[in-house]
Design a protein around this ligand. Structure first.
Ligand code: ARG
Length: 284
């Protein structure tokens, strides 16, 4: 009889304890939030907006030796948020689940060199564009590849679910066995290094940065006028107009007062070598 009653009792005890634990957790959370916000307001605890980012995309977002998330995107969001009076914290979020994390409310916003596309606009809202980009090919320095078309039947690495993936899928077809999809762009580039693939297609800024910082690999970049212009936006949950308006206000403010340009110079250098500079042919 006592043995029979025990599981029930245990469950009953758990039920009695759980709500308290939940309350305790809730208290702790808001406690942390109000401590962080105490420097600005003493009245209502400020919300800390959780920013998801796939921090494997230098120089836009990456982790430094200390494990801190740093980069162009990070500084842009920090600066824009400060102008709009928003408190933010960044959480490394693998690209694979990043849009779902936003949808589920685990992240309030995303900054991750995210290209604004019509398809993505169906399931999330984007800030005003804050950066121009396009695809770029990375190959070994002695490669004969000269244009995008040359990749038609070669092994090409991309980060799964990116616009680079979409671009090569359009060229090779969705059933192609030659498209190698990686969890991250650095993994694709590593595979190029070891010779497992012939090329990597990814955002220009990241490819340029990698080739520049890994000179010993002897890679080169190949551009193609066929690559469509892309624009990065900060993503928020569909319908979160209030947050979107604040982010846009912050972005406009940092563009107007020179903060954006300073961040740009820090991570992307001078316009001649900057990845987002327009094709040189147009200006000469
Ligand atoms: N711009 C590309 C896209 O939106 C690639 C972005 C990948 N970003 C990253 N942090 N891994 O699909």
């Amino acid at each position: 009889m006592t043995a029979l009653a025990q599981p029930f009792l245990r469950r009953a005890a758990l039920c009695a304890v759980l709500p308290c634990m939940l309350i305790a957790c809730g208290k702790q959370d808001s406690g942390a939030a109000s401590t962080a916000a105490s420097s600005t307001t003493a009245t209502s605890p400020a919300k800390i907006y959780v920013v998801g980012t796939d921090a494997a995309y230098a120089p836009f977002e990456s982790q430094n030796e200390k494990g801190e998330i740093v980069g162009f995107d990070i500084d842009v969001v920090k600066a824009a948020a400060a102008k709009a009076g928003l408190e933010v914290k960044f959480v490394n979020t693998p690209w694979e689940g990043i849009f779902n994390a936003l949808k589920q409310g685990d992240r309030d916003l995303l900054v991750s060199s995210i290209t604004i596309t019509d398809e993505r606009k169906q399931s999330m809202d984007f800030s005003d564009p804050y950066f121009d980009a396009h695809q770029l090919i990375a190959v070994k320095a002695d490669s004969k590849i000269a244009r995008f078309e040359d990749l038609k039947s070669l092994k090409v690495g991309v980060q799964n679910g990116t616009t680079g993936d979409e671009t090569i899928t359009r060229l090779q077809g969705k059933n192609s066995q030659d498209i190698k999809r990686f969890e991250s762009t650095p993994l694709a580039l590593k595979e190029l290094e070891t010779g497992g693939i012939d090329a990597v297609v990814a955002d220009n800024g990241v490819v340029v940065n990698y080739v520049k910082n890994n000179a010993s690999n002897k890679f080169k970049t190949v551009n193609d006028p066929a690559f469509a212009p892309e624009h990065y936006g900060i993503a928020v949950k569909k319908g979160n107009a209030e947050l979107l308006a604040k982010l846009n206000q912050g972005l406009a403010a940092i563009k107007a007062d020179g903060t954006y340009d300073r961040i740009y110079a820090t991570y992307l250098g001078t316009p001649e070598v900057a990845p987002s500079a327009p094709a040189p042919a147009a200006s000469k």
